[in-house]
Design a protein around this ligand. Structure first.
Ligand code: GLC
Length: 814
């Protein structure tokens, strides 16, 4: 240093003293990817085992016998443990052993092994039969990000020749993701096209099926993340992110269902919805003024088309200011909502995150005073244009902001609003698309830029909404719907697939998207029936209503510049067919509600793609039209115009055509006629399908009896029925009833047994039992030892009788 100073001050050039060695920039190596070296040490701390190569550290956490989490710290310092997706790790006792030999360290649980290879730090997993299910192809690696600090983090695994991939939440592409390269970055994707990526939600969870064995990878990283399923190199599967920690959960199968259930164990399930939310919902951008809303509501009742929910899109507000009402269009919202409620409608209103910059607007003023709006790195407010004009945006990653936001709903709840629709929460900003990366977030005290918070912003918004509504509505179940989300969003909301298009291609895409969302943790999902933008013709709309009747969430919605789009808008024969399918939706509500319980309580998805039933058949990995609704009803939507018949694959076992009651053997494709009023529906032999009478809205009439549709089977089949109050959280205190039916038939007898568990007593007294597909004519029916006197027989060889809801055993004799 001395020589250099002299140079400047005395202007004496002393060449021989000029050393480059002292240049501090000298010796800095170029930024390159760095790979784990060789593990030379293992240290166990409770359920965690740490491996190091001398500099980097890897943590292996045994979460359960089937779930192992892997984390990487490039220079041995792990980030603080915090996850919006996994609020708490499951508390289960695990037994495991750590072994070391010349080749590897091995962690063994009763279900799986995790191998850490000494030669190169490759991490792999195998099952009890030493079958390797997942293996690194390259050691975990990272690259420094000088701009932001931290690292780009990478994991590359081998991809087997016949390996298939499913999940990843919401992608507008084939159901099987093999060969795809995809990105997770929540994006407002108006009128998205086939193969457009990314869309509105980021679910960094995928399921692999290879050699008939399934496992899952949940890459819990909220930064922009990338997945390559054998796209760039057919022998490799990679996932990487632009920041954060390389942290993933390996979730063992062997069935896809096990993987999905375990993913739910980590990220939670949907709370039980209010029963009305399973009805039909009518939406449009926008129904206004007030009289229009009333006309639409009356239209449903006049046309005798059931409907439970009616939506108010942005035009109900005063200048699009959230939590206000347009005095011109909705002068007396309380009265309107009360009148709608008296007519059986629940009102759902939209609330976006953008808060108009306006010092005369209380929400803006309060948010500003309390410093609740997001700011840029230099402390400027994050401002951008959305519907209200110039807006600022609450930082929903701040728990205090969430609590404030939740309380803002008190007026809406007081006004009678039953549900809230959160939109534009990717977050969407006109022009720029979304927030710039330098926006700062509180991130529940862990701080981060928008790079880290972007993908969770929408989820935290709807969380604030849900938690606020739950508080305001006391013990009533709120209904929420969101466009954006991250893993775990299902704990707070239902989801719709965003701004789709009125085209046959989008009907197909919607079918795939809902199945994909379902296996990715988001069971309560639906599409904009009819397509948001563009004009469907009557046929397309009707086919969409048919599919929508079997979407866990059923809502028709359309953009403001389209023609009227209610189920009766296309005239006959469409109106009658739409009515028939919406009525069918309502008849099957107790079945859907039971499937919802199975989801909520046990982590089963509501829609189950065919591959989930028969993953060992490789041809099923490419089927994407058929799915089951719950586990008993198979649906195959009609996805082409003018289609007079279509082939439907039925998984192995026996099935009944719902319409004709013809029994068909599964394990093959069958051709089914598809006139406009028919969508292929099959019921699994041995099922008990509960049915309610058709009502114009849920709760219109007291249920006097529940119909049980029993389908004959010559093997034993279990079915479930869940019942409770349908609108409170009493189920959390075990106030519900879980009924189990066991159906078993022989050539000359059919037996149905019922058992019950729980503390709820439904008000109806009896069942109306309908026997379908009996291979004989019954001569005697004995229920709990008593012979049934009145049995009616129908021309389609079905038989009906009534009996107490408390029966234990019913025997039907030839
Ligand atoms: C967005 C939503 C759409 C809504 C519109 C107006 O495009 O995705 O559903 O109708 O905004 O609020």
């Amino acid at each position: 240093m001395t020589a250099k100073l002299l140079l400047v001050e005395d202007m004496i050039v002393e060449d021989e003293e000029f050393h480059h060695l002292n240049n501090p920039a000298d010796g800095i190596k170029p930024i390159v990817k760095k790979y784990l070296g060789t593990p030379n040490h293992a240290e166990q701390l409770g359920n965690k085992i740490f491996f190091t190569d001398g500099d980097a550290k890897v943590e292996v956490l045994i979460v359960t016998n089937e779930i192992i989490r892997v984390r990487l710290a490039p220079h041995s310092v792990f980030l603080e443990e915090f996850s919006y997706a996994v609020p708490e790790l499951p508390e289960t006792s695990v037994e495991f052993t750590l072994l070391e030999n010349e080749q590897e360290f091995r962690v063994t649980t009763p279900a799986i092994n995790c191998h850490i290879r000494k030669q190169d730090f490759f991490i792999s997993f195998s099952d009890k039969n030493d079958h390797v299910t997942s293996s690194d192809a390259v050691p975990m690696h990272w690259e420094e990000n000088t701009q932001f600090g931290g690292y780009y983090v990478f994991c590359t695994k081998t991809c087997e020749e016949q390996e298939s991939f499913f999940g990843l939440g919401d992608k507008a592409t084939e159901f099987n993701l093999r060969g795809k390269r995809l990105k997770n970055w929540n994006t407002d994707a108006y009128s998205f096209g086939y193969n457009q990526d990314p869309l509105y939600r980021s679910i960094p969870f995928y399921i692999s099926v290879s050699d008939g064995i399934a496992h899952g990878i949940f890459f819990d990283n909220t930064f922009k993340a990338h997945f390559d399923f054998g796209g760039e190199d057919p022998t490799k599967t990679s996932f990487w992110a632009d920041g954060g920690e390389l942290q993933y959960y390996y979730i063992h199968g062997p069935h896809m269902m096990d993987v999905v259930k375990n993913y739910h164990l980590l990220t939670g399930t949907h709370p039980m919805p209010p029963l009305w939310a399973l009805g039909y919902h009518q939406c449009r951008w926008s129904y206004y003024p007030e009289n229009k809303v009333r006309v639409i509501a009356n239209g449903f009742r006049q046309n005798r088309i059931p409907c439970d929910g009616i939506y108010l899109d942005i035009d109900y507000m005063d200048g699009y200011r959230c939590f206000t009402w347009s005095p011109k269009y909705f002068p007396n919202p309380k009265k309107m909502i009360a009148d709608l409620a008296a007519n059986g409608f629940k009102t759902v209103v939209i609330i976006d995150p953008g808060i108009r910059v306006d010092d005369n607007y209380s929400v803006f003023k309060e948010g500003k005073e309390k410093k609740y709006f997001c700011r840029r790195c230099d402390d400027y407010f994050m401002e951008g244009h959305v519907w209200p004009g110039r807006c600022q945006f609450p930082d929903f990653t701040n728990p205090e902001v969430r609590a404030w936001w939740g309380d803002l709903f008190d007026d809406l709840v007081e006004t009678g609003v039953a549900g809230v629709w959160n939109d534009m929460n990717e977050p969407a900003v006109f022009g720029s698309g979304t927030f710039p990366d330098d926006v700062r977030h509180q991130y529940d005290g862990y701080r981060g830029s928008h790079r880290k918070a972007h993908n969770v912003y929408g989820m935290q918004m709807v969380r604030a909404t849900y938690e606020g509504l739950r508080k305001q509505m006391k013990n009533k179940r709120p209904f929420t719907i969101t466009r954006a989300g991250y893993s775990g969003v299902q704990r707070y909301s239902s989801v719709w697939t965003g701004d789709n298009v009125a085209s046959w291609e989008h009907l197909k895409l919607g079918n795939i998207q809902l199945q994909r969302l379902s296996v990715s943790g988001i069971s309560f999902c639906g599409t904009d029936i009819g397509g948001f933008s563009g004009e469907p013709d009557g046929e397309l709309f009707t086919r969409w209503i048919q599919m929508g009747a079997f979407s866990p969430f059923m809502r028709a919605h359309s953009a403001g510049d389209t023609k009227e789009r209610e189920p009766w808008s296309f005239g006959e024969p469409y109106t009658a067919i739409n009515r028939k399918f919406i009525e069918l939706r309502y008849r099957l509500i107790p079945y859907l509600y039971s499937a919802f319980w199975e989801h909520h309580r046990y982590g089963f998805p509501i829609l189950r793609p065919v591959v989930m039933h028969e993953q060992e058949e490789v041809s099923n990995h490419f089927r994407q039209d058929e799915f089951t609704y719950g586990d008993k009803i198979l649906i195959c939507p009609v996805l082409e115009p003018g289609q007079k018949s279509r082939s439907v694959y039925l998984p192995k076992g026996k099935w009944f055509n719902f319409w004709t009651l013809e029994m068909v053997d599964g394990g093959k494709e069958v051709v089914v006629p598809t006139p406009l009023d028919i969508m292929p529906i099959f019921v699994k032999a041995g099922s008990v399908i509960p049915e309610y009478p058709v009502m114009q809205y849920t709760g219109e009439k007291e249920i006097e009896e529940v119909k049980l549709n029993i389908y004959y089977s010559d093997y034993e089949v279990n079915s479930f029925l869940f019942e409770d109050y349908g609108e409170t959280f009493a189920y959390e205190q075990d106030i519900y009833l879980e009924k189990k039916f066991v159906v078993k038939g022989t050539a000359d007898k059919l037996t149905i047994q019922q058992s019950m568990e729980g503390l709820y007593t439904p008000r109806y007294e009896g069942y109306h039992i309908k026997l379908n597909g009996l291979p004989f004519k019954p001569t005697k029916i004995v229920a709990d030892g008593k012979e049934i006197a009145t049995i009616s027989s129908n021309s389609d060889k079905t038989y009906e009788f009534k009996f107490s809801k408390n029966f234990k055993k019913i025997e039907i004799f030839k």
